[in-house]
Structure formats: structure tokens, C-alpha cells
Design a protein around this ligand. Structure first.
Ligand code: WTA
Length: 648
């Protein structure tokens, strides 16, 4: 077991929520778990009742494993739930979005403003011929227009497929092709650390290979010069000028698709995770309210990019359905200096702050003097998501950012689960640094061994043993893969998330990380196979294997082992070129940290690459058993190379 996991599991510190927090917490009664467990359908139905429906459901759940239908027969619209229903309340003039651009400009949109923009853009989409359940690809930076575009799709019943703006042209192309999107919404450029990233140029490259795309809508973010196809491209601001501000919402079935979001799996091809409307909104509403203990006057900031699921559920749908004020930031946390986030917390009076362990580890490295320069007393709750948090980072977060006044909710969930699944409830749960503690009420999670037997204490595979409302319904265009990847490890009604975990004596969960070929680098999910395919796509590469090694900020860093084609010579230049090639194929966040060249890769006699050994080499560890190798010399050579290049 890696050293850092051992220390994680020896962690014995416990923290209670501050008294002042507990007194005002929404959920203070620990009976909630028992009650919700006993009648879990009623529990979720009560949450669904909080939403606004055109037609009430006939049945809460229809479960023929592994296919679920939630709120059968119910009809609703997600944009109505995020917008219209707030307009008859004082929330009408409440700030829905408080946005800061990286260069420093600010925009605040009230619920009324956002509503008007969404309706206008929904009409623009209709005028462009977008119909119910058509797919619309969105490739935008973190600007309010991204939220407008998503909700406008929801308004007319179109399915959005948001592609993170850090993805390359090629990754965008794959995702558009897989979903056969008819329209792409993008921007001229996006800002990152003061530089302009030419999004439209990437979009043009992608669309050249996507015959399904009829029109491209371009939001002018920077004024950067772009190529503009008069036949195909349209300016966002021109469309908005011409459209009416009236657009009745489509009545969608609870089970109609709300969105597709691509994520990495164990093959080279990303999967389009399908989320539907009624159950999803119910799940994100419940968790936003209880996990973040949301109050009417909270200023809520989830720092995730909307291109990932955390942004879908906890920047857009959850908080807007709850009528929250959402802070949104376009750029990097260290721009123009390392105090940017804390300056924003102070200036906007942020009270709930949700971020990733990678970010926390960066803040920690930059030093407490940055947050100390700002008044962070508005903060009352902190959250983390995306990867296991090491106890040191947790405690630093608790002290330097939370000033020991804020509970921390360490929330475990996935693109597939749609909603937070295992988490403290901040008013009741005793927190342990590094533990995600217990399933959210109504959720049943367990630890199983390979045979599917329950593990009460110790290590095993995480399993979800009951359907939940925001669960994925399928993989777009590949239902067999859905059944195979998620529902076939044990009996067909147990969901396998692909994570290993541990339970302590109190029954609390500690997530250990992925047990499949999915990497988690800086909280971003990347498939081993995706990176390997990108590597072998380089003309000089013959074969490649990818592993990770522990990294003090990113959690894990990618190490690529590469053999070159006949006659190839390796050098630093080539190593840089190969790393760039991966960035170009997938996105900069997937660029390998290190490339190790070798004349062969360690394989078993049956030809399987032994990643376990490569992992040991990359982590600088004593090598494990090499007796099953076809050619044990290869490993010794690799280890030598690695140590020569990067030190032991
Ligand atoms: C990991 C992100 C430990 C886990 C919402 C999961 C976590 C994968 C945590 C999903 C956490 C997420 N502690 N590990 N609190 N939250 N993970 O789909 O391995 O981008 O399977 O969704 O991130 O990543 P995804």
C-alpha cells in the first residue's frame, strides 16, 4: 500500500462543527438517516415536491435493474425550476450570478436578468432550427453566457453537451461526433493567466470534421481577431439583439435527457454520460440545500469549471434551483497574484466555498500569508471534491481558510452519480480529515469484496446498492457499455463506481482512489488509454504505457513510458514534443509530467504490460515481484533510465 494511504488511514483526529454553526444548521437531527433509509422513495418524493411540475408523477420509481425511471409520468422544465419560479418571490431581484472576468471586470445578473437572457437565447436557438432533444455542443469559457446557453437549451428541451474549454480541438471533435450535435456555441477566445486562448480557432478545426454541425454561435469575449464564416457562423450579440423575450418552456418528461457530459473511462473513447430531468434536479436540489446548509442570504462559490460535472450540478442546476447567489470566476487562482480567490471572497462576502484538494494544496504551498491579507470572516462553510484530500491539506484548509470556524464537507461523487453521494452533513457529522464519512440520507453505499460480500471494516470496493434520483441513465449511444461498466461487477442491481475505499470502526468511508485504468490528475479524470492512444499517435512512438506517481500538488502526476520506432533516438527535445502532442490531442491538463524512453516495456508472457511495475519505478520504489516478466532485464533498464533522468 502506498505510504500516503497508510498515513491517511492512521489519521485519528476528529473535529466537531463549531457550536455556532450547529445551532443554526438546517439539519440537526441524526434520525434523518434512519427515516430516509426506511422509506427512501418517500424521502425523494418529498424533495421532488419542492420543484415546480407541469404534471405530477404517477410513480416515484420504476426500477428494473440496471434501468431506472424516476418520477414516472411527471412533466417539468429545468429552466423553469432554476428561473421562473423565483420570479414571483423576492428572489426576482436577487443576484443569481456574480461574475468576475480574469482581467477584473464584473457583472451581476439578477434572477430577472438571467431569465430574460435565457429566453432570448432560447428563441435564437429555436430560430436556428434546434428542436427538442437535439444535441447542442457548448465550448465556452467561464462566462455568464455559458449558464445562459445551458438553461436556454433546457428551456426548449434541447440536450446540452458542454465540453470543457481546456479540451483540445481534437477532443472537441470526438465529443461532437459522438453526440452528433447540430449546433456549436463557442467564444472568440478565453483568458488564462493573462493570455488569450484561441477557442474559435480550435472550434473551427473541430467543426471542419463534424458534418452534423450546421451553425456556430460565437460569443465575443475578447475582441480577438478570428476567422468568421459568413455562411456558418453567427455572433451571439447579434442574435440576442433580434430575438423576443418571450418563450414558453417545453413540457419535458421527467425522464427526458437534460444533458450529456463526456467523461473518461477505461477505453480510449470517452463516454457520454446521460442525465435526465426530474430525478437529476431532485438530487442536486436536496444535496445543495443540506450539504451546503444553504441559507437565503448565502453567497455561494463553487470554483469548479462548468465544463466538469461539479460545475453542472453545483454551479448551475443545484444552486440556481435553490435560488442561491452564485459567484463565478473566469480565470486562474494565481492571477494577477496568488491572493485572487481570497480577494474575491472578501469583496463579494462569500459564505460557502467549494473547491478541490489540488487547489487547496496549491494554496498551502503558496503560504498562509495570501489568505491572511484578506478578511475571510464571511465564510461559514467549506467544501472539497474531486480527489482524496490528504489530512494535512484538510487541516490547513480548516485553519488558514476556515479560521477553525467552518465545517468542511468532503463530498464524494462522480459524473455518473450526478449528485453528492457520500458526505458529512455539516450540522451533525463529526468530521475526520480525509474521510468522506457517510452516505447522504436516502443513499445506500457499502463496501464489498470481489465476491460481493459486505466488508464492515477494512478495505474493499465502493458499491452503491440502491438507485438514486440523479443517477446516470445510460452512456450515450452505447447502453451495453453502461450495463457492462457499471452494473456487472456483482449482481446486476449493484452500481460499481470504480473506486476503492476503506471503512473504519465507526463505519465512516475513506476513499482510496480509482481501481480501474482511470487517472485522477489535479481532480481531472483522464483515461490511461486516452493518453496512451495520444502517445502512440505521435509518428515516432511505437508503444506507450502510462501510470501516475504521487505529486504534492496535483495528487497524481502522469508518467509516460515510451518505446520509439526502429532507429529512433531520444532526447529532451523529443520528450517535449511528445508531451506537447498529448496536450494537443487531449488538452493541456493531460500533458505527461515525465516521459521515459526504453527499448521495450515490461510485459507478462502473455503480452500484458505490467503497469504495477511501472508505477513502482515512477514512484521510486523497491521493485515488486518481477518473476512473471517475459524479459526481466527491461525493468532494470527502465529503472536505471528513470533514476538517471529524474533522480531516485
Ligand atoms: C474521485 C467529480 C476522494 C473518485 C465530482 C471518483 C473523490 C472520481 C472525491 C469522479 C472525494 C471525487 N474524495 N475521491 N471527495 N470526489 N473523487 O467524474 O475517484 O470527475 O470516482 O466527478 O473522483 O470524478 P468525476
Amino acid at each position: 500500500m502506498p505510504v500516503e494511504l497508510e498515513s491517511l488511514l492512521m489519521e485519528s483526529r476528529v473535529f466537531d462543527s463549531p457550536q455556532a454553526f450547529r445551532e443554526h444548521a438546517t439539519i440537526r437531527d441524526a434520525n434523518i438517516w434512519k427515516e430516509s433509509d426506511r422509506e427512501f422513495e418517500d424521502f425523494w418524493a418529498r424533495w421532488a415536491t419542492e420543484l415546480s411540475w407541469f404534471r405530477k408523477w404517477d410513480r416515484v420509481l420504476d426500477w428494473k435493474a440496471p434501468n431506472a425511471r424516476w418520477f414516472v409520468g411527471g412533466r417539468l422544465n429545468a429552466s423553469v425550476n432554476c428561473l421562473d419560479r423565483h420570479l414571483t418571490t423576492p428572489r426576482r431581484t436577487k443576484a443569481a450570478l456574480i461574475w468576475e472576468g480574469e482581467p477584473g471586470e464584473r457583472r451581476t445578473l439578477t434572477y430577472w436578468d438571467l431569465y430574460r437572457q435565457v429566453l432570448r437565447f432560447a428563441n435564437a436557438l429555436k430560430a436556428l432550427g434546434v428542436k427538442r432533444q437535439d444535441r447542442v455542443a457548448i465550448y465556452l469559457p467561464m462566462v455568464p453566457e455559458l449558464v445562459v446557453a445551458m438553461l436556454a437549451c433546457a428551456r426548449i428541451g434541447a440536450v446540452h453537451s458542454v465540453v470543457f474549454a481546456g479540451f483540445s480541438a481534437e477532443a472537441l471533435k470526438d465529443r461532437i461526433q459522438d453526440s452528433s450535435a447540430c449546433l456549436l456555441i463557442t467564444a472568440d477566445a478565453s483568458y488564462r493567466r493573462g493570455r488569450l486562448i484561441p477557442l474559435k480557432r480550435f472550434a473551427d478545426e473541430a467543426v471542419a470534421q463534424c458534418p452534423s454541425i450546421r451553425r456556430v454561435v460565437v460569443f465575443k469575449r475578447s475582441g480577438m481577431e478570428i476567422e468568421f464564416s459568413a455562411k456558418r457562423d453567427l455572433w451571439w450579440h447579434e442574435l440576442m439583439r433580434e430575438t423576443a423575450c418571450e418563450c414558453p418552456p417545453e413540457e419535458m418528461d421527467a425522464e427526458d435527457t437534460l444533458y450529456i457530459l463526456y467523461t473518461s473511462g477505461t477505453t480510449g473513447k470517452p463516454k457520454g454520460i446521460v442525465h435526465t430531468t426530474g430525478g437529476y434536479l431532485t438530487g442536486v436540489t436536496a444535496t445543495t440545500q443540506w450539504v451546503f446548509d444553504l441559507k437565503e442570504n448565502d453567497v455561494y462559490w463553487c470554483t469548479a469549471d462548468i465544463g466538469w460535472v461539479t460545475g453542472h450540478s453545483y454551479v448551475v442546476y443545484g444552486p440556481l434551483a435553490c435560488g442561491a447567489t452564485v459567484v463565478m470566476y473566469e480565470g486562474a487562482p494565481d492571477w494577477p497574484d496568488r491572493g485572487r480567490f481570497w480577494k474575491m471572497v472578501e469583496e463579494h462576502g462569500v459564505s460557502v466555498f467549494y473547491t478541490a484538494p489540488t487547489a487547496i494544496r496549491s494554496f498551502m504551498k503558496w503560504g498562509a500569508e495570501w489568505p491572511e491579507r484578506h478578511d475571510l470572516s464571511s465564510l461559514r462553510l467549506l467544501g472539497t471534491v474531486g480527489e482524496p484530500i490528504n489530512p494535512e491539506a484538510w487541516v490547513w484548509y480548516y485553519k488558514a481558510i476556515g479560521r477553525e470556524q467552518c465545517p468542511i464537507v468532503d463530498t464524494w461523487w462522480q459524473t455518473e452519480t450526478g449528485m453528492i453521494m457520500i458526505t458529512p452533513l455539516p450540522g451533525i457529522t463529526r468530521m475526520k480529515p480525509g474521510s468522506v464519512t457517510r452516505p447522504f440520507p436516502g443513499i445506500r453505499a457499502e463496501l464489498l469484496n470481489v465476491k460481493g460480500e459486505r466488508v464492515e471494516e477494512g478495505g474493499g470496493y465502493l458499491a452503491i446498492t440502491r438507485p438514486w434520483p440523479a443517477m446516470l441513465r445510460s452512456i450515450y449511444g452505447d447502453h451495453d457499455r453502461y450495463v457492462k461498466e457499471y452494473w456487472s461487477k456483482w449482481k446486476g442491481d449493484i452500481y460499481f463506481p470504480g473506486d476503492g475505499a476503506k471503512r473504519d470502526r465507526d463505519g465512516d468511508f475513506w476513499i482510496l482512489g480509482r481501481v480501474d485504468d482511470v487517472l485522477n490528475v489535479a481532480g481531472h479524470r483522464i483515461g490511461t488509454m486516452e493518453v496512451e492512444s495520444a502517445l502512440v499517435d505521435h509518428p515516432r512512438v511505437a508503444e506507450a504505457a502510462v501510470v501516475t506517481r504521487p505529486h504534492d500538488v496535483k495528487g497524481e502526476a502522469i508518467v509516460a513510458f515510451v518505446t520509439l520506432k526502429e532507429g529512433g533516438e531520444h532526447n529532451d527535445h523529443l520528450s517535449g514534443e511528445i508531451r506537447e502532442h498529448v496536450a494537443k490531442k487531449i488538452g493541456a491538463f493531460a500533458r505527461p509530467e515525465e516521459v521515459i524512453f526504453s527499448h521495450d516495456l515490461p510485459k507478462t508472457r502473455s503480452g500484458k504490460i505490467m503497469r504495477r511495475l511501472l508505477r513502482d519505478i515512477a514512484a521510486g520504489k523497491v521493485l515488486g515481484d518481477t518473476t512473471t516478466l517475459a524479459d526481466p532485464v527491461v525493468v532494470a533498464e527502465l529503472k536505471e533510465r528513470y533514476e538517471a533522468q529524474y533522480g531516485a
